[in-house]
Write a protein that binds this ligand. Structure first.
Ligand code: 4NP
Length: 167
């Protein structure tokens, strides 16, 4: 049987800016740490406007400039069944967290919460960059890169301990 993985879903509104950035950044960090066989990563949006689309061109460019290739990602909408498949469902802001809390089945035993508190920042929400300028996409990356390190540390301290060393 395949090794069970810790499954992490990043969620924003459109799944073309913030959550694909978190998806790609965390995927790369997990691969660099040799942990890809233990952690499954995905992203989704609470909205349905961009289904099947690649990330926003500004998201792709900002990511590319820091060495992240996000071009393979495609937008999808969160589904109730995601609560059966993911251990961590991490929202980029409170509005999306509230929407997820409304979808959450009673039997869900995983972690549903905001992503940024895993990092050291006092900022708890990733601001929506969609209607703004290029600076917003840089800020998204700054916040997500720091929280990704915190999430990695959290997983090493707990859930990853069930797996054999290499970490
Ligand atoms: P995201 O940004 O939630 O970070 O992907 C947005 C993308 C699209 C829209 C809003 C936010 N929209 O309204 O289409």
């Amino acid at each position: 049987m395949a090794t069970p993985k810790i499954a992490i879903l990043f969620v924003c509104l459109g799944n073309i800016c913030r959550s694909p950035t978190a998806h790609g950044v965390f995927e790369q960090r997990v691969a660099e740490e040799g942990l890809a066989s233990y952690i499954h990563i995905d992203s989704a949006g609470t909205g349905d406007w961009h289904l099947g689309e690649p990330p926003d061109p500004r998201t792709l460019l900002a990511g590319q400039q820091r060495g992240y290739d996000l071009s393979h990602l495609r937008a999808r909408q969160v589904q109730t069944s995601d609560f059966d498949q993911f251990d961590y469902i991490l929202a980029m802001d409170r509005k999306n967290l509230v929407n997820l809390q409304q979808l959450q089945p009673q039997h869900f035993t995983g972690h549903l919460g905001l992503f940024l508190p895993f990092g050291q920042d006092s900022i708890e929400e990733v601001p929506d960059p969609y209607a703004g300028g290029a600076d917003g996409f840089e800020e998204v990356l700054d916040l997500i890169e720091r929280a990704a390190e915190g999430l990695l540390a959290h997983l090493r301290d707990g859930p990853l301990k069930q797996f054999p060393p290499s970490h």
